[in-house]
Write a protein that binds this ligand. Structure first.
Ligand SMILES: [Mg+2]
Length: 166
């Protein structure tokens, strides 16, 4: 099922050494808005920088693939010390595939992580990479986001009742 994430976690902060080892993960393709920071916020959310340091110490490779513009993505990615692809065009796969290649990672050892089913999760599933759906740090007010959330909640109610929200 293309809309189904492999894992559904509260946030990236729930990803720890045990989770990575258990699932054989060595590389992460990270969404930016609402995954590492609030949408448009120039700073990362609390705990994210420490979490990135922890991941680096574990030898986890990471790269940001965002659908947002370079103007938005570059400052925060640079501040966090992360390589990035802007205008990633998820759910198309080229941004994600390029990221995996740039990290020198194998798809089987990679996770695509993001807060949106219709971009992040679809891109990962199209690319044949396991996915993690995270809850957005802050729900947005724009009607487009509200609309997407509504659809997602309907999809979840119908198909995801067996998924555990950690
Ligand atoms: Mg996002």
């Amino acid at each position: 099922m293309l809309f189904k994430p492999t894992f559904w976690l509260k946030s990236v902060l729930a990803i720890d050494e045990e989770f990575l080892k258990k699932n054989g993960v060595k590389a992460l393709v990270l969404d930016m808005d609402n995954t590492l920071s609030m949408h448009g916020d120039p700073k990362a959310e609390a705990g994210v920088e420490d979490w990135l340091d922890k991941m680096r110490k574990l030898g986890i490779k990471m790269r940001v693939v965002s659908n947002n513009t370079i103007k938005r993505v570059k400052p925060l990615a640079n501040a966090l010390g992360l390589d990035f692809t802007a205008n990633g065009a998820k759910p198309l796969t080229f941004g994600v595939n390029r990221a995996v290649k740039a990290m020198g990672a194998k798809k089987a050892e990679t996770l695509v992580i993001g807060d949106q089913i219709f971009t992040d999760i679809l891109a990962g599933n199209f690319a044949g990479i396991r996915t993690v759906l995270v809850e957005p740090f802050h729900l947005e007010n724009k009607w487009t986001f509200k609309f997407k959330r509504k659809i997602e909640s309907l999809v979840f109610k119908r198909d995801y009742s067996d998924l555990e929200l950690k």
